[in-house]
Write a protein that binds this ligand. Structure first.
Ligand code: GDP
Length: 296
């Protein structure tokens, strides 16, 4: 994780540490600290909170009161919230499969994430079926089929333009018949408008729930999209009950503070992070490991 998060985001943690390690923490320095947190996409209120806490803990009566590194580590971990339950619920009730619905706009990394999750579950000896309900893009269906072959799981697909709900229905039906542990459904990311999205995802969810329980609704967000990603997140939250966030492309030039911002926005944890395009580049999210990677 540490190596993959190197680059500009590591720069934000390390940059903060460098500022906090100065001999004198004057007002200019605090301002730079604030700017750095804001630039990292943490958000205004959390930035204020962390700056206030750092000021109190590092500058009692003008004298340094704590080791900057451990105080900063502590504050950042608190900000990311180590108490959230980040485990994936992948199995259902009464021997029926758990259904993991994967949502997000096109290009966020949904299909790739579905493939990577399947790979992790198969490695843990779970049986898995995939549903290619992103029927508006032929390429997405092909891409998922390739993942299916690679991971060795079945992919249920419909013809291009088929109703996504009917593909989701078929995938779950087959999963129930074959007694698999988990069905992962890749959905279409057409964010034409909130009502359209709600109708579509609502329908997909309803047809699934006739047969098995939706145990997770994972919202895939591209970490490099910053505030735009937050606006998307809001629309999806209103359309469907999101249970967890997958933050992709954290390996790129992303600003890691988006983890904090999006969790606050949605009130649900980041459960997984995407760290590259390869099959192994998906990791469970861990607050302490993340902060350690930021601090280098
Ligand atoms: P979808 O339209 O949401 O299904 O997105 P795709 O799964 O097709 O991904 C879009 C692009 O992002 C592809 O080129 C993926 O290889 C790439 N991608 C997905 N996840 C990651 C990630 O964690 N890191 C990087 N660097 N690229 C990713």
């Amino acid at each position: 994780l540490r190596e993959r998060l190197a680059g500009s985001q590591g720069g934000f943690g390390r940059g903060l540490l460098a500022l906090l390690s100065r001999d004198r923490l004057d007002e200019d320095t605090w301002e730079s600290i604030e700017d750095l947190l804001l630039t990292a996409d943490i958000g205004v209120a959390p930035t204020q909170q962390v700056v206030d806490n750092l000021r109190t803990r590092l500058r009692v009566d003008g004298a340094e009161a704590g080791d900057p590194r451990s105080v900063l580590r502590d504050e950042l971990i608190t900000l990311v919230d180590p108490t959230m339950d980040r485990r994936l619920q992948v199995t259902g009730d009464d021997g029926k499969p758990g259904v993991v619905l994967v949502v997000g706009v096109n290009g966020a990394g949904k299909t790739t994430t579905v493939g990577k999750i399947a790979r992790i579950l198969v490695a843990e000896d779970h049986t898995v079926t995939l549903g290619a309900a992103d029927t508006f893009r032929a390429a997405a269906v092909e891409q998922l089929a390739t993942w299916g072959e690679r991971v060795g799981v079945e992919v249920v697909r419909g013809a291009e333009g088929t109703d996504p709900a009917s593909v989701a229905f078929e995938a779950v039906k087959q999963g129930v018949e074959q007694g698999v542990d988990t069905v992962i459904v890749d959905t279409a990311g057409r964010l034409q408008n909130k009502q359209g999205l709600m109708d579509e995802l609502g329908k997909v969810k309803r047809v699934i729930e006739k047969q098995a329980r939706v145990t997770e609704v994972l919202l895939v967000l591209d970490a490099t999209t910053g505030q735009n990603g937050l606006i998307q997140a809001r629309v999806f939250r209103e359309a469907v009950d999101v249970t967890g966030i997958v933050l992709t492309k954290l390996d790129g030039s992303a600003k890691g503070g988006i983890v904090v911002a999006v969790q606050r926005e949605l009130g649900v944890p980041v459960k997984l992070v995407g760290l590259g395009e390869g099959p192994d580049d998906l990791a469970p999210f861990d607050a302490a490991a993340f902060v350690d990677a930021l601090l280098g």
